[in-house]
Design a protein around this ligand. Sequence first.
Ligand code: UDP
Ligand code: MG
Length: 416
Amino acid sequence: MKLSLIIPCYNEEECVEKFFETASSVFEAQSYKTEYIFVNDGSEDKTLSLLKKIYVENPRVNIISFSRNFGKEAAMYAGLKAAKGEYICFIDADLQQRPELVAKMVELLEKHREYDCIAAFAKERKEDSSFARFAKKKFYSLMTSVSGIEFVGGASDFRCFRRNVADAILELCEYHRFTKGLFAWVGFNTRYVPYEIQERGGGDSKWSLGKLFSYAFDGLVAFSTKPLRWPLYCGVGCLAFGIIYTLFYLLFNIIRRQQLSEAAVLISLLFIFFGLTLTALGILGEYIGKIHIQVKKRPVYITSESYAAKEREKFAPVLQEELEREAAELKKLKIKRAKFKEMKRQQRVMEQLVAQQQIEQEALEAEQEAEAFEEKVQEGKKQEKKRKVKAKKQKPRSEEAEDAYTTGPESGFEDE
Ligand code: UDP
Ligand code: MG
């Protein structure tokens, strides 16, 4: 068996048949075998009888039915325990997560041996209010800061992983499960792929805001004991303030020989006693935190690979092959990088050439313009010259005419 699909179902009578139809059409086209593990989480509608119908008509379908509703986390755990596949995938029954993407995830795992888990993440859910989006974002950043392991915002339980990851998750048998956190805790090489949440195939979401809050709180408590330290920090702060305040107050009053005020003494005592109580609580919390971690019985570490010296003959050729493949890939990558660099260089040279050509073209145009202007000026000068010459030629005649007009009658008058 190559792929095990784990499908938790709670009151999904409107979706299970549609889901199976879509999923089987996707996986029948694949070359590998797929098993379906439907986990009926105490549905009160016709989900179970519809699942039984699917079971009767189809091979490779498994059903696990709970005695009551234990929650999605329990359903995923039960499915994981039953899965036999080389690859395992959690997917919801409501078709909001598409089986087509599962096929792509399997393809990625087949192609890239370096990935152990492919997790789908939705950038945002369209149906979420802006408050819900803000709260989710803050929750994941808070989880990352208090637990010390990275929680990727938007990453869902919709993920496909290898058998070694499934085995590691199965080693964590704690009761309050927060699967997203468990995946983050076990580590392994995870690749995140974006996906768009589709419309529900029918029915409604089973998560109310209250349920989401309690789920988030469970997650926080399950993955961090840091909140237990907060009283310790407060207690130490209160105690320090109480002691400093008392010392300063006493010193000030002794120097000035004044009587102590009752209120001031009360404030000092309150701070010191509150500080002591909170510090004691914090110390108690430290021990409770240790017990909390111990009770979970989480493994001290998780091995992803190990090669024993006595099995060298078996593993060495495989590892050699892997090393050679890696070296070849590195070489390819280097060649690609070098080509890319060369292309970038050529692009830069081309850009410089184009810019230079542009500058030359502009200079040429400017020169032509200047020449044209010069020609115009010369032409203007020539015209001016011609006009002046013409004017000069016309001037004597007109002056003669003028003289004739002024001297003629006068002389005639004088003659008289
Ligand atoms: N589910 C479940 N038990 C529950 C709640 C939900 O098995 O108590 C299943 C449900 O049938 C669906 C999946 O978990 O297949 C996701 O639930 P839902 O679609 O209600 O959650 P949402 O997509 O709104 O986060
Ligand atoms: Mg859903």
